[in-house]
Write a protein that binds this ligand. Structure first.
Ligand code: XMP
Length: 478
């Protein structure tokens, strides 16, 4: 595999992902695990703060071929079959002043006399970013590195990832029993599917209906896992308990706390009925692992970032049950989890489902959560998803959903005055949920959503579209 050493660059994750896209396993490593300083520093060269920062497109010119590499034409293998000059993306303020012993310069740009270095054998340093799309030949450079220089095989495919994970689960679990909380989301679904393949009936999944799910979600999960896959599924309908506990609660963080606590209680009760259990399977993903392993002084934007809301995932499970964790997705990025899910035969609908918050519809009903409001919101949400899918937009946006506001407005329907709730539509694009922009939905789509909601959902008589980006707004309203 390839270790990407994270010195706080915002690009580390992207490099690891690009390498994996080329079917080579790659991991993010901490400098403290490996080296102390950056490449040029480490080998005895010097780096200074350049007078000019270089940010954006630049033309990279390869230095004249030198015999150093012992290859025909004298070109370094990293640039094999690349033209003498090509476009690259720069983002740095430092420049290399003195090269480490044994290294020579391989390329330059207008502002960087040394933009690539090599030692004539197997060590290279690049000042530009081959991993971003703005470096059009970046993939070729990464391929040269992986396949020509490192001799990688390119065997990191969804099929191999799945069979590796299955083998590891068998090794860890032996003949022990495992429980897993299914949420309907892709992470827990793929976790359960892998475990089921690995250990069959030694796995029991618990699916808690907290009453805050979307229309038909509970039925869909049961259909896929129990009837489709033949998995042991314990279905707990706790919707009344949750709604009762939420009575009178209006503060968003209190809602999250109440839901998180109640979930643990319900889950523990359900698990107690299952007899001896040693393992708990969780769908922890690689970005969470990187985040929790980052050093406390990690630079802003790299791995740690301020928590605006406490995000209770259904994964946040009882500590006092003393279960050993099984986390088969621990080294996977989201898109890889999806590929493994498809490989295991999960329905594309489930694999490509948009993110849905753990506290569910409770943080989309503004103010107090009641059964009546949940029913209204479920109906609105269904219409939004139906129309967004109908317009072929579902896979192209990050999230699209309805929010039931706490405001009521006057309307007129037939010959009657109405006094109903305002439903807000939220549809955003995002890369990682840290920032987001509202989608310029076509007017026709908005028109259909609006007229369907006011006609089909009793109690709602007005629809508005949220045109706030994040920041300053957040994606959810609470
Ligand atoms: P915000 O609203 O903070 O949301 O911009 C960012 C992403 O996180 C999801 N979200 C949550 N997920 N528990 C979750 O599991 C939560 O309490 C929670 N709050 C927000 C939100 O849907 C979006 O994808």
């Amino acid at each position: 595999g390839i270790a990407v050493i994270d010195f706080g660059s915002q690009y580390s994750h992207l490099i690891a992902r690009r390498v994996r896209e080329l079917k080579v396993y790659s991991e993010i490593a901490n400098p403290s695990d490996t080296w102390e300083k950056a490449l040029v520093h480490q080998l005895g060269g010097t780096v200074t703060r350049g007078t000019k920062q270089e940010f954006g497109h630049a033309t990279l010119h390869q230095d004249s071929p030198s015999a150093g590499w012992g290859l025909p034409g004298g070109r370094p293998p990293l640039f094999h079959e690349l033209p003498p000059s090509f476009q690259v993306w720069m983002s740095h303020g430092d420049r290399v002043e003195m090269l480490p012993a044994g290294f020579s310069s391989l390329a330059f740009t207008e502002n960087s006399p040394v933009a690539a270095i090599g030692n004539g054998r197997d060590m290279f340093g690049l000042q530009f970013h081959p991993e971003v799309n703005h470096t059009p030949l970046g993939t070729e450079i990464l391929e040269n590195f992986l396949f020509r220089i490192c001799g990688c095989e390119g065997s990191w495919t969804p099929g191999n990832v799945a069979s590796d994970a299955i083998a590891r689960i068998r090794e860890q679990v032996g003949d022990g029993s495992v429980i897993c909380a299914l949420s309907g989301g892709v992470d827990s679904a793929v976790t359960a599917a892998l475990l089921h393949r690995a250990i069959g009936d030694q796995l029991t999944c618990i699916f808690v209906n907290n009453g805050l799910l979307r229309l038909e979600e509970a039925e869909r999960v049961q259909a896929t896992f129990r009837r489709g896959m033949g998995l042991n599924l314990s279905y707990v309908d706790a919707s009344e308990r949750f709604v009762t506990r939420l009575a009178g609660v209006t503060d968003p963080e209190t809602k999250r706390k109440v839901i998180g606590e109640e979930f643990i209680r319900v889950f523990e009760e359900a698990a107690t009925g299952l007899g001896e259990v040693e393992f708990l399977a969780q769908g922890t993903l690689y970005p969470d692992v990187i985040e929790s392993e980052a050093p406390a002084n990690a630079p802003a934007g790299s791995a740690l970032s301020a928590r605006i809301k406490t995000h209770h995932n259904v994964g946040g499970l009882p500590e006092n049950m003393k279960l050993q964790l099984v986390e088969p997705l621990r080294y996977l990025f989201k898109d890889e989890v999806r590929d493994v899910g498809l490989e295991l035969g999960l329905p594309p609908d489930m694999v490509y489902r948009q993110p849905f918050p753990g506290p569910g519809l409770a943080i989309r009903v503004i103010g107090e959560v009641t059964l009546e409001k949940l029913e209204m919101l479920r109906a609105c949400d269904w219409i939004v998803i139906d129309e967004i899918k109908g317009a072929d937009l579902y896979d192209r946006v990050w999230q699209s959903f309805a929010v039931l506001s706490d405001s009521r407005t006057v309307g007129v329907q037939g010959d009657y005055r109405t006094y109903g709730y305002v439903c807000a539509i939220r549809c955003v694009t995002s890369e990682d949920a840290m920032t987001a922009d509202w989608v310029r939905l076509p007017y026709e789509v908005l028109a259909r959503i609006s007229s369907r909601i006011v006609n089909e959902v009793p109690g709602v008589n007005r629809v508005v579209y949220d045109i706030t980006s994040k920041p300053p707004g957040t994606i959810e309203w609470e």
